[in-house]
Design a protein around this ligand. Sequence first.
Ligand SMILES: [Zn+2]
Length: 253
Amino acid sequence: MKMHVLDGGRLRMRRRIYVPDADKTEPIELPVIAILFRHPDGNVLYDTGCHPSVSEDAEARWGKLAGVMTPIGAHTANVIDNLAALDLAPGDIDVVVNSHFHPDHCGCNEFFTEARFVVHEAELAAARAEGAAAQGYMPQEWDHPMPMLTVGEGHDVMGDGRLTCLHLPGHTPGLMGLLAELEQTGKVLCVSDAVSLRRNLDHDEVPRNADDPEALLASYARIRAIEAEGAMVICGHDDAQWQGLSKGADAYE
Ligand SMILES: [Zn+2]
C-alpha cells in the first residue's frame, strides 16, 4: 500500500489561535493536507482539503469564516488537481475518510461521487446540531447524496487492519485520526487537527479553537503513546513538517 501526501490548499490565520503567547496580529501560514492510500482493494482518501473555488473567492463559499482562515497561494493547490497529477480522477476514489467536517478538511467531498464516506458518529451529530454554523460547519461542504457510514473508535476501513480509524476528540467532538500500516515505512498516524501544530503536542498546548480542551489533552497523550511505539505522526497544519514530507508522486511505501 502506497501513501501519497497531497496539497489541499494553504491558509493564513492568526498565530495566536494556535500559540497562546503569540502577538495578537502575528500571522501564521498553514498547509492543508490530504492523504491518499492506494490500498490493493481501493483508493482511500483521508480528508479532501479546501474547495478549489476558495482560492479565488473564499467569502462566496465560506462567508465570514474566510476572514478567520484566509486561503492564500497557488490556485492549483487543491486535491482534485493533485490527484490528476497522479492520473487519478475523482471517480477513482473508493473511500473518503473525513477527519472532521470543517471546510479545510472536506471541501472537495462533493467531487467524489463514486466514494463511500466514513465519519465519526459524533462528528455528524456536531455538524447537524443547532448552531453548527458558528462551530465552522457548513452543509455544502459535507452534506451530499453519497453513502455515509458513521463509525466509532477502531473502525477498520478496508477490513484487513491496514487502515484503522481512531477517535481523537478535542478539536471537534468526532475528530478521527487514521492509523496506517505501511510495509516499509511502518505505522503512520494521521491526526489532522487533533494536533494542528507539532509544538502543540510537544508542549501540551491547547489551541483557542478547541471544542473540548480536556479531551484534546487526552488525545495528545494517546497520540504520544502511539508515537512512542514507532509511529510517524502527520500533524494537521504544521508547515515545518509539511516542508519535509515527501509529496505527490513521491510516495511512502
Ligand atoms: Zn484544519
